[in-house]
Design a protein around this ligand. Structure first.
Ligand code: HEC
Ligand code: HEC
Ligand code: HEC
Length: 489
């Protein structure tokens, strides 16, 4: 699985050949009979590994049995659902007609074959750093190994003004840093490799970096300092020992990225579980070590609203180090006037996480203390785990916790009030007791997470636009009338 060792020379040869065939038709025409290009098996194999590292399937293959890369998966964005397109080499419904330069432009500049702009739900802001060789390998894989599927996908229909794709040109001018990855000569080869893997391919920052009001990743200091992903929160993963991952050993981080589970520290649910299930677990260990070496030398970020280090963070304790076992269950059983959160815990959680929150000794059911979901300065991942559960398959083995917010499950379903009480109980007994969950927090999480300003402003944009127009018309009319009035005198 080590795609570094595979001969880059062949990639260069093929990309040159493809460029010859695609960019310079004159060159191709000059030959008497154009020979079909031989398929470079090593290049295709490298492209396959790159597609895994870049997790193209996460969005372009519908979960639970969709044809590979046939699209159709609606990615929830605060602006509305954006449908991932069919990127099989189908000439009727996929990218079969794309030339290599067109494919590279889609990946690195977010522009489709027909010249229209893609929404940044397609992570071209990260893929823009991909090298020519790697985009050529990806192209070879998609064209020669992925099976064409002649199947349309639903059209993305965002509300005005987001429906105007051309507006993305302005957004790109402001926020797309259209540059290939350049190794930092002051850093080791391993750190540079990790930076390329993490930033260009695995696009960690698209989830872990806070976004500005126009939904672009903040540049500079807040890099990787934590951000909302729907109802989840991708925590600060800078090298800060308290707010980030500086307190984890390299081996623990590698284990987390490969399996999503480190006893006494953290588990991966939600979007992180998906990244591990579909992509990170398949990376060679040397690549995971490179990513970790890179993370460990990122500038530490602490404090700030999004850093996992807000006002509620107690003392110098890292989020994975909070709490201890409790003996409430035994003490409270049978008592009438008990904490309503304890009742929910006792009925819905204790049979797996144990009555004192220690989990099982094999770690299959984790402890609720020394757990980054309960020790942070925010409860997003605790609430989201209760609502959506955990569903992560690694090495063919499922790790599963039921979703208690699921409408389909009438027996287990918990109300917003029950989840509020339960969260506060868990935080007080096992986690960061300074964090309090309100009914509103749970309501927002159930509705898909906090909405950025841009999205909340959308319903007012059309009326606001109309208002501005009316004011302008009124002003013009007044000036006209004034002019006419002056003329009559
Ligand atoms: C996080 C989700 C996500 C990931 C990961 C992702 N894509 Fe996409 N991609 C999308 C979405 C969504 C669209 C459609 C966007 C739109 O309609 O504006 C898209 C569109 C495209 C298009 C344009 C196709 C067309 O003509 O409509 C190409 C090509 C593409 N992706 C290739 C890739 C490749 C190759 C990878 C992996 C290296 C990848 N994508 C990974 C979400 C993703
Ligand atoms: C699709 C969004 C997404 C992507 C991509 C992503 N992450 Fe995450 N990550 C999350 C979320 C959400 C969590 C919290 C998961 C939980 O607690 O269940 C998380 C948790 C983590 C944690 C555990 C932190 C803790 O204290 O529990 C680490 C470490 C991490 N991610 C590293 C990475 C790295 C490195 C990459 C890139 C190789 C990456 N992530 C890519 C969303 C993402
Ligand atoms: C059927 C068993 C089961 C039940 C019931 C259960 N859990 Fe879990 N829980 C799990 C498993 C399994 C995991 C994930 C282990 C892993 O990822 O390796 C988990 C993980 C968690 C996590 C860590 C999630 C993260 O993202 O870091 C929290 C917090 C949690 N559970 C809280 C609860 C609460 C609160 C309840 C009661 C509503 C509950 N669990 C009920 C099995 C269960």
């Amino acid at each position: 699985m080590n795609f570094r060792s595979l001969i880059p020379r062949s990639a260069a040869t093929l990309s040159l050949a493809l460029l010859g065939a695609c960019v310079c038709p004159g060159l191709a025409l000059a030959q008497e009979t154009p020979q079909p290009q031989p398929i470079d098996a090593a290049l295709v194999a490298r492209g396959r590994q790159l597609a895994v590292a870049a997790d193209c399937a996460a969005c372009h293959t519908t979960p639970k049995g969709g044809a590979p890369f046939a699209g159709g998966y609606a990615i929830e964005s605060p602006m509305g659902a954006i449908v991932a397109t069919n990127i099989t080499p189908s000439t009727t419904h996929g990218i079969g007609g794309y030339t290599l330069p067109e494919f590279q432009r889609a990946l690195r500049q977010g522009v489709r074959r027909d010249g229209t702009h893609l929404y940044p739900a397609m992570p071209y802001t990260a893929y823009t750093q991909l090298s020519d060789d790697d985009t050529a390998a990806l192209y070879a894989y998609f064209m020669h190994e992925v099976k064409p599927v002649d199947q349309p996908v639903a059209e993305t229909k965002l509300p005005f003004p987001f429906s105007v794709r051309a507006s993305m040109a302005v957004w790109n001018a402001l926020f797309l840093k259209d540059e290939r990855f350049r190794p930092d000569p002051g850093k080791s080869g391993q750190v540079n490799r990790g930076a390329y893997l993490g930033n260009a391919l695995a696009h960690c920052s698209t989830c872990h970096t806070p976004r500005n009001t126009l939904m672009a990743e903040e540049l500079g200091k807040p890099f990787l300092s934590g951000a909302n992903v729907g109802p989840w929160f991708a925590p600060n993963i800078t090298s800060d020992p308290r707010h980030g991952i500086g307190g984890w050993s390299d081996d623990e981080l590698v284990q987390y990225l490969r399996t999503g589970q480190v006893h006494g520290k953290a588990q991966a649910a939600g979007p992180m579980a998906e990244a591990i299930e579909h992509s990170l677990q398949y990376l060679p260990e040397s690549d995971l070590r490179a990513i970790v070496a890179y993370l460990k030398q990122t500038p530490p970020v602490s404090g700030g609203t999004a850093s996992g280090g807000g006002a509620a963070q107690g003392g110098g304790t890292a989020r994975h180090a909070f709490g201890e076992a409790s003996h409430d269950e035994v003490a409270l059983r049978g008592l009438k006037d008990v904490d309503p959160g304890w009742r929910v815990f006792s009925a819905s959680c204790a049979h797996c996480h144990q009555e004192n929150g220690t989990g099982t000794s094999n770690g299959e059911y984790p402890s609720l203390f020394h757990n980054s979901a309960t020790g942070g300065d925010r409860a997003d991942n605790l609430i989201a785990t209760i609502l959506h559960g955990v569903d992560r398959t690694v090495d063919g083995k499922p790790h599963f916790m039921p979703a208690f917010g699921d409408v389909a499950s009438f027996t287990d379903r918990l109300s917003d009030q029950e989840i509020t009480d339960l969260s506060n109980y868990v935080l007080t007994r096992y986690g960061n007791a300074a964090v309090k969950v309100s009914l509103e927090d749970v309501r927002i999480a159930r509705a898909g997470g906090p909405k950025p300003l841009l999205a909340t402003a959308q319903p007012f944009m059309v009326p606001a636009g109309v208002l501005v127009l009316l004011v302008l018309i009124a002003l013009v009319l007044r000036r006209r009338r004034a002019k006419r009035a002056r003329r009559t005198f």
